[in-house]
Write a new protein. Structure first.
Length: 165
């Protein structure tokens, strides 16, 4: 019976190991090239869609996978006619493995498009507004790409202005 219990107990572990290997292989696989889908996504979504950083990323340059063109497009975000200031928030660096230009903030209750401004530099970036639970003054998480673009210090908690379209 001891051999049976050992074998039976090892089956779930073997299944987990196999699942982990499949997941790792899928993550390492090159992306499928779908130019039509990519082109339509770029037209519909003005905020940059960047690939995830490599698993070996260690520096901010390696984690920020946005292109120069994407950074230029996000930086050229000018105030829109219907834009309104949603408020100011203390921003911390968000998950550096999540690419693109975004802010997770309690200043919005529905996802949308917007812009962040760092008053210390006067620089702004077009971002995806992603709602999170919390009071409006509870603080926000800003993407690495957006923080770099507006020249906010990555290791500080800068106050930024958030605008919605």
């Amino acid at each position: 019976m001891t051999g049976f219990a050992w074998t039976r107990g090892m089956v779930p572990l073997a299944a987990l190991a196999l699942l982990a290997a499949c997941t790792e292989a899928a993550m390492d696989a090159p992306p499928v090239d779908e130019p039509e889908a990519e082109a339509s996504a770029q037209v519909a979504e003005p905020v940059a869609v960047a690939p995830p950083p490599p698993r070996t990323a260690r520096t901010e340059e390696q984690y920020d996978t946005t292109t120069a063109e994407q950074r230029a497009a996000a930086a050229s975000a000018a105030p829109e006619a219907g834009e309104r200031k949603l408020g100011e928030t203390i921003a911390s660096l968000g998950d550096p493995t999540q690419p693109g230009f975004w802010i997770k903030t309690p200043l919005v209750s529905v996802a949308g498009k917007g812009r962040v401004v760092f008053p210390a530099t006067g620089k702004s970036a077009e971002v995806d507004l992603i709602p999170i639970d919390g009071e409006p003054g509870a603080g926000s998480r800003l993407s690495l790409a957006a923080m770099r673009l507006i020249e906010a210090p990555l290791t500080d908690l800068p106050t930024i202005e958030v605008y919605g379209s």
